[in-house]
Write a protein of this length. Sequence first.
Lengths: 441, 530
Amino acid sequence: MEKQALQGPVSFLSYFLMVALAVVLSGFWVPPTTALASPDQSYDTLRHWIEHARPETELTPGQHLTLKDRAVLESYIPQTAWEYYFYDGMDMEITETGTYPPPEGWGQNVPSGYQLDEQGVLTGFKGGGFPFPDISEDDSKAAQKVIWNMLWRPGAEDYVMPMVAWSRSPNGQLDRQFEFTAVASRYAQGDHCLVPGYEEVKTKQLMEFRSPRDMAGAKMLTKTYVDHYKEDDGWMYMPAQRKPRRTLASERTSEVMGMDFIMEDFIGFGGKVYEHNWSYLGKRRVIATMNVETNPEAGGPHLWVPKDARWEVRGAHVLLIDPKSDSHPYSHKIIFVDTETFWTLWMFGFDRQDDHLLRMNQHFLKYSEGFAHETATQAPYMKLDYANNVGQGIFYHLGETDINAKKPHATYMHCYVMTRHFSSGRAKQFYSVRNMVSGRR
Amino acid sequence: MRLRICFATYALFLGLAVLPVPSWGIINVTDDIELEGFVKTQNILRTPMFQDAELIMQRNTAQLEGKYYFLRESQAFGRFGTGPLEEATLTLIGRGVYDSIYDIRHTYSEAFGKDERLNRQFEYKLREAFVDLVLPPFTLRLGRQQVVWGETDNFRALDVINPLDLRWHANWEPWEDIRIPLWMARAIYDIGKVGPLEESFVEAVWIPWDFQPNKVAADPRRPWPFIGDGLSAVANSAMIEEALLDLDLTVRDGKPSKKFKNGQAGVRFKAIWGGIDFSLNYFYGFSADPGFKFRSGRLEGNTLRAVLETEHPRSHVVGIAANYSEEKYTQSVFRAETTFTTGVPVTIAPGASARIDPDQNQFDTANRSVVMLAIDRPTWIRPLNDIRTFFLSAQFFWRRYLDYSRLYRGIPSVRRAHMDGEAVPGRFISTNSDKIDQNEFVITFSASTSYGPGGLWQPLFVFALDPLSTGAYNKFAMDYLWSNYFVLRFEQNFFWRVSGHDPGPWGIGDLYGRPRDSRHESVFSAIVQF
């Protein structure tokens, strides 16, 4: 009797439930992924630009270029990116092309005996310098050699890096803002290993989120190996589970954490060399945010690209990367790698379905010695002593933009980087699974 | 008074949540103090057979978490050198709850006396309070905390150190929120690489006095009572030799007292061998589930006065957990866990022989083993999502009574008393015909991904099936991340069964899916987080 009274018919509630369910299910609808596919953004167009566009006007240091200078800039900015980088109010300050000496002793303690195998995989290399400091355009393995230099470049690790990432829809609508910190160390340092006994390890990285709240405290430990054929290892700690969980490293093509990049696009290329076919497309001159004063603010109509930043004309190796797998989301990927420092400047990944741009990224870099006379921005939640950076002779990754052209959507990121060298004992403790069994809660 | 405290707490939390601070996440009060937390309102509509809807919960939760970094880089409070002690932090996690269902629905407000109602309406707890000390290679966490071991998700094998509070929504909430934190010390000594082992460490936990049992709501007036395969009523009668008697039942709490002799402790060794991440575990504690010993039964006139005493037997849990990431052929992470547990309390059917029940108290302890196998796989299902993988996770959980008796009984239930084949109005008796199976199984599967350009729509699908009882559970959930601060959540829980009447051991569906007790429910939540 009481039960009946409790459960009397409430028809509007049933209706409400159905409506709510419909709203929820509507979230599964994904708009067609052909939005904003511009003819300028096809793979063929970029190949044509690489082969034919040659700067006719030299850029001069101190020059400020705006939208009216577009014709000049078109031969310096890869055509695929024009749609985002040319806009009303743009202002690119050109600075002198610098030369950036590597760290002291770089390349002097590289043990010999390494080589590229038939798949283009570097074997027997243990760091200490670039494996291939001289790149010949005629070399059939030039592309692989460039990428190995990129993967072993100085400054790729040995830092503490708090970051802020803004995930934005068109017109600058902010969807989410992420805060997270990465700490990384290179173990393989040429003639010695950071932690004796761990000679098989190339790098270890620990990354922890602090915002938004639903991700705060999530942390990831990643371990990469000197043997490129050995797959990375990873663990993730989620506060809601209060225990670490082993992660799969070989899936690198899914967008992560609601952001617009995939692990394989990390600094242009973060995958496995043997999973791709490689071609060297020559050298090109491009402009790049190579030695910015500080983290560039976001600009453009969507707040997807750097605004009022300092740009430099750089020589770049152009590499074509074709995934071997038919299920890979890209048909082709083209990256521009700086010829002096081997940092990636631009990356373009083309959709396997239509050979148009799917994702691109562009990186903001700063040379260590600039920290001596330019005030760098502090992270909003952590104070860094940038004096540690001076004298290192390396580049720091101050951020990047990752644009998904098909959604369309972008993640704009600021990185606040400080060199941090771990002692052997501290590294052993810090980068350990032991450190993953508990977290901030 | 409580209401005022509640409103004050809410005002504080909402104030913190909308503070114009530069961070969208953790709030830095000073360089050394951080605050985070959330305010959540959770509304549950029970929708039996989708013909009616009944609001059964309107739970409002405010959680505040603080962290104080009082020792960094071997300096305490920025002044005192601490030598090898490199870092130390204090963490406090407090939770306040107000369930307004006990105010807004007469069904609940009138069912309880004032004190009873207040106890169910409000909860204020300093859930966790611990200090972390880092003296490499040694770390120590002291205080009230949660410790989770093992590879199993949402079933108990090695994850037995903290008991669970199942009173307000059974185990359908995240376990982080329903584990009962205990006062304990947790120490880890990092070994690192030794011989063929990598990443090895030894961990020890010691719970000096703080034993707490799993908490279950048996009161049928509550929204989520655990009433077994019976009526939502209290047994008030007993049937002895065809006579219907009044029942006066006393249950004595026999849980271990807060003394050092009732301490609990465990140790585990964890390492990686040949890519296999494994741990060897041992925990010496008490069973968090109570057993019931029949102490006495006395007939006074037409009343049976019975005394039961709860018992939490000492328990040894020995187990191995392991995982392996197979990257080449299956691109999957395999997880496994196996345990051997002693001291599992069981009920023996009344009238068992002295061989089975020598004390004739309808109580015994059993040994039990668990084998769990699981697989996790990020998987492309491109017709459904062409930019992000689905995270698929499947788990097979097998529990076996090693010294099994056919007289072991599970969950008692309440039924109408019958005399001469007719139900007697207002008279209910307790029976236990739930025969425990020697082998118990459950299979679970979950899938999750995210949709939308920013991944703001996050669906989750869960399926659990007990193949023996055929009871099953499904969840369809969707989170919409409106902003960094605001999350909307909708969940639909289905409880159902394929056939039969066996309630099964897990309570994953069959208990709650029957027409007379269908607990299908729709859950609407809004969360403000910072």
